[in-house]
Write a new protein. Structure first.
Length: 92
C-alpha cells in the first residue's frame, strides 16, 4: 500500500509477545491514539476515538483540529480500502 507522505498520520507497529499490533495517531492530536492488529483496525479505532473526543469537547475549542484529524484518518481508510485485494468470485 502506497501512503501519501503528506498525511500527518504517524504509524508505528511492533509485537507484544507473539501478537503483532499497529498504533496510529495524528500529529495534531497525539493524545488520541488508535490500536489494532492491522492498519485498518487501528484506523477504525482512531476514528472512533476522535468522534468520541468531538462529542466530549464542551467548549468546542478543539473542534477544528479534531475534525481535520478525523478527515485525515478517513482519507487514510479510503486509501487503504482502494488498495485492499478484492474477494474472488466463485466460479460455477
Amino acid at each position: 500500500m502506497a501512503l501519501d507522505p503528506g498525511l500527518p498520520i504517524i504509524i508505528t507497529g511492533g509485537f507484544w509477545r507473539h501478537i503483532r499490533y499497529v498504533r496510529i495517531y495524528h500529529r495534531y492530536c497525539p493524545e488520541v491514539r488508535g490500536e489494532g492488529r492491522s492498519l485498518a483496525d487501528a484506523a477504525a479505532h482512531l476514528a472512533n476515538q476522535l468522534v468520541r473526543a468531538l462529542d466530549f469537547d464542551p467548549d468546542h475549542g478543539g473542534h477544528g483540529v479534531l475534525e481535520r484529524a478525523l478527515a485525515d484518518v478517513r482519507a487514510l481508510q479510503s486509501a487503504d480500502s482502494e488498495h485492499r485485494p478484492r474477494p474472488m468470485a466463485a466460479i460455477s
